[in-house]
Design a protein around this ligand. Structure first.
Ligand code: ATP
Ligand code: MG
Length: 503
């Protein structure tokens, strides 16, 4: 007889249904798993055997074959332990064969029969809801699954024994409840930054419209400090974004305790990051930093220190909002709509452009350093500001600066205006609007149009740059709560692109 249990394989954040078929037949004792299983799945038989033993069940000395269908799809990960164990239990009569029907099952087994957490429970729960199935998952991931739907039938036992008792109706497991990660008010505050009014304003605009942002300045000017304070002025994730962000975190195995958080992701990888770490991939395809920053911020400090290939690898996700990782045998897509925030020194010694300073290597100090950034990469950055060093006088004489809470309020109001404008289209910020859409929503008066066209001609703006200026101008008007984009908005937006020491 063949018993069947349903589980899933992951392709990006999507799930593919997998049928786990278990056959216990007469013949020489053997235990084989077939169906393109990777090492973790192949090792599953040892864990399953030990866990069943620990739960008081021993495998019969027969020929056991487990087939993971469809057989031509590669299977990765340890979450097949539990469906295989359940299939075996049904085959040897420890539970009735139809008990686990109508459930998607995933979980890893420990040798003592406990069920350990696995990645990808949230997407599986959402798939189960769509298929009108229930879900059997590890206890620790129960709260994560509960976010999928209030009606979903979720069984989240902590051990194989607890699961058997639940299925046999002797002792029921309680349905898990969704949990939220409590975030303390531990974010650094904008009030700590003295001076730098221009950079602060630009950061506020970037936060309001989700624009890509680059700061250039000498060491110690406060660039890293400014970037670290961006999370304190960003609005929390809306419910739709929260689910999208958590799906990626779930697949990456980064949802601690199954708790979801509505704080926007802020990822700051070190500049030694490889292409696979930043963009995603590796032998086992995993989401990279760009996908973990989905709906949030990717902060690249010391930008030219990143490898030029890695930076150019960001060009495609920056444009399309998703990362496609192609392998010889499969292709995976991860969402990656992130806001890029970057900081750099103008040259290797860090001081080029500072009045009274001459680099020892002359002009080459700056040109060589800046040449590490390609033109097309820089073209994707909407707001670029110079951050000069603050003078000692500014540091001493400065009164209390505006706190993050006040700035966050203005940002939130501008974001609301954008959400209302793009309602129903799945867009929330001006930065993500398509070129057509932004041309439609920004109606310029003749004088503003002339200013933009003149600047575009004089400075050779690309078509992309033209649209990006329009987007920033729209955000500036949103920050002032104005329905129309005026000339001074266009002028300020152009300033962010042109009044800049690089390129
Ligand atoms: N505008 C400022 N207001 C208050 N403190 C500042 C300011 N700028 C710099 N500092 C002080 O200098 C320290 C270094 O600043 P930060 O690390 O942000 O510099 P940076 O511009 O990132 O430099 P680098 O180019 O070397 O990375 C901060 O921790 C802070 O103590
Ligand atoms: Mg720094």
């Amino acid at each position: 007889m063949v018993t069947r249990i349903q589980t899933v394989a992951f392709q990006g954040i999507n799930t593919v249904p997998i049928d786990v078929q278990v056959q216990v037949a007469n013949g020489l004792p053997a235990f084989n798993i077939v169906g393109l299983a990777d090492k973790a799945v192949a090792e599953s038989k040892e864990r399953v055997r030990a866990a069943l033993n620990a739960s008081g069940l021993s495998l019969p000395p027969k020929r056991i074959v487990v087939n993971l269908a469809p057989a031509d799809l590669p299977k990765e990960g340890s979450h097949y332990d539990l469906p295989i164990a359940l299939g075996l239990m049904a085959a040897i009569g420890a539970i009735s064969p139809d008990m686990a029907n109508g459930y998607l099952v995933l979980g890893e087994l420990a040798l003592d029969g406990r069920i350990s957490p696995v990645a990808g429970v949230l997407p599986t729960a959402i798939a189960a809801k769509a298929m009108e199935f229930g879900l059997i998952c590890p206890h620790a991931a129960g709260p994560e699954a509960a976010w999928a739907s209030a009606e979903l039938d979720i069984v989240a036992p902590d051990s194989l024994l607890a699961l058997t008792n639940h299925l046999n109706g002797t002792q029921m497991c309680a349905r898990p409840q969704p949990k939220r990660q409590e975030m303390g008010a531990d974010l650094p505050d904008m009030a700590d930054i003295k001076g730098q009014e221009g950079a602060k304003r630009a950061l506020e605009v970037a936060a309001a419209g989700g624009h890509n942002f680059l700061m250039v300045g000498p060491p110690g000017a406060g660039k890293s400090m400014l970037a670290a304070r961006l999370p304190s002025i960003l609005p929390p994730l809306n419910p739709r974004e929260l689910l999208d962000v958590s799906m990626v975190q779930s697949v990456a195995g980064q949802l601690a305790g199954g708790k979801l958080s509505d704080r926007r992701p802020f990822r700051a990888p070190h500049h030694s990051a490889s292409m696979a770490a930043l963009v995603g991939g590796g032998i086992k395809v995993k989401p990279g930093e760009v996908s973990l920053a989905h709906n949030g911020v990717l902060f690249l400090d010391e930008l030219p220190e990143f490898s030029p290939q890695v930076l150019d690898g960001l060009r495609q996700p920056l444009e399309s909002g998703e990362t496609v990782i192609a392998r010889a045998n499969h292709r995976v897509t991860y969402p990656s709509q992130f806001q890029l925030i970057a900081a750099m020194n103008p040259c290797k010694c860090g001081m080029a452009g500072t009045p009274g300073h001459t680099c020892r290597r002359g002009d080459r100090c700056a040109t060589d350093y800046q040449a590490r950034l390609s033109g097309p990469f820089l073209d994707r950055i909407d707001i670029r500001v110079d951050v000069p060093a603050v003078s000692a006088l500014d540091m001493i004489d400065h009164g209390k600066a505006e706190p993050s809470a006040a700035i966050a309020e203005r940002v939130a109001q501008a974001r609301q205006a954008q959400e209302a404008r793009y309602a129903g289209s799945g867009l929330y910020t001006n930065a993500k609007a398509s070129a057509d859409l932004i041309e439609k929503v920004v109606e310029l008066k003749d004088s503003s149009k002339k200013l933009l066209v003149d600047a575009a001609e004089k400075f050779n703006l690309s078509a992309r740059a033209y649209h990006r200026v329009l987007k920033v101008a729209r955000t500036l008007a949103d920050l002032e709560n104005q329905a129309n984009v005026e000339r001074h908005h266009v002028a300020e937006a152009l300033g962010y692109r042109l009044n800049f020491s690089l390129g």
